[in-house]
Ligand binder design. Structure first.
Ligand code: UTP
Length: 294
């Protein structure tokens, strides 16, 4: 039996330059999507998939993340005094979720470097990585599937999204061989290929399940541009020495680190909430008509 995965590592130490100026003085992970910060959806997804321990990799200027998942006695007392019990329950529940831990990445030296900061915390156990700017609207189906594949195969599993060929050059792109259903085996990975050179139409996206061997692979990766350690390079190194699988999916992912996908996620999540759907739905249909779009 493979050891079960309990820890979700959430790297949140990036600069968020694609969402300036909103991210100048607040972490992009704290930008609200409808009524909660993006990172809260990701923590909820981890819990829904059965994980109960969360390590957030943070940096200077990100203390709002820690405050969000902590108690706030002054606010709680005020909500209680005013009889706002639903709001009080919501605020208290946030501090009663999974065990939250934090580690600082002193310099933004890349996603791979951020993951390496988790080594002491996870020790020799397998763990999941969830990028907080990849918001999944899928009831944790992708992560559950990946964890099941990891249990069955005892190997690392990477989320791979089918993308149109003109988008592939923004991603790591693997050469794969089919295994079974959504599962493929990764043979090699090319970082940001041109559409002509892409070995597949699959893009590495922000959910991963790793065994501890990823830390050895990260230690072998040469720093690239700006001294950054790329996670994709480490996955390629790992795939050269042991089986690494990909889990292919196509829907439900929004890169909320960009304004356009943030808007898409907002609309999608609002329309899925019964209390908003009945009022926001007609507004949206009317706005589309008024702007001559439908
Ligand atoms: P991104 O490249 O999407 O995030 O990294 P970024 O650097 O914050 O964003 P832009 O490109 O400037 O807009 C993917 C994830 O890895 C984290 C980011 O916080 C994000 O969740 N990351 C990236 C780190 O934790 N440390 C790093 O050094 C780089």
């Amino acid at each position: 039996m493979n050891p079960s995965v309990r820890t979700a590592v959430i790297p949140a130490a990036g600069l968020g330059t694609r969402f300036l100026p909103a991210t100048k003085a607040q972490p992009k992970e704290m930008l609200a999507v409808v009524d909660r910060p993006a990172i809260q959806y990701v923590v909820e997804e981890a819990v829904a998939a059965g994980l109960d321990d969360v390590l957030v990799v943070t940096s200077r200027g990100k203390s709002a993340i820690e405050d969000h998942f902590d108690r706030l006695p002054e606010l709680e007392a005020e909500l209680d005094r005013k009889g706002k019990h639903d709001a009080l329950d919501t605020v208290v529940a946030l501090a009663q979720g999974p065990r939250m831990h934090y580690v600082r990445q002193g310099e933004p030296l890349g996603l791979g470097h951020a993951i390496a900061m988790a080594a002491d915390h996870v020790g020799g156990s397998p763990f999941a990585v969830l990028l907080p700017d990849d918001l999944m609207v899928d009831d944790a189906a992708l992560l559950r599937g990946m964890l099941a594949a990891h249990r069955e195969r005892g190997a690392s599993v990477i989320a791979l999204k089918k993308v149109p060929s003109d988008e592939i050059s923004a991603y790591g792109c693997p050469r794969v061989e089919p295994v079974d259903g959504s599962l493929v085996r990764i043979q090699e990975i090319v970082e940001k290929p041109s559409p002509e050179d892409a070995p597949s139409d699959l893009a590495v996206t922000g959910r991963y399940v790793f065994g501890p061997a990823i830390f050895d692979a990260l230690g072998k990766v040469e720093p690239g541009k700006g001294g950054e350690i790329q996670l994709t390079d480490a996955i390629g190194t790992l795939a050269a020495s042991e089986p690494v699988y990909g889990w292919v999916f196509s829907d439900g992912r929004y890169d909320v680190g960009t304004p356009l996908d943030h808007l898409r996620a907002t609309v999608e999540i609002a329309l899925a909430r019964p209390e908003l759907r009945s009022t926001f739905g007609p507004f949206l249909a009317d706005a589309v008509r008024r702007h001559g779009l439908g």
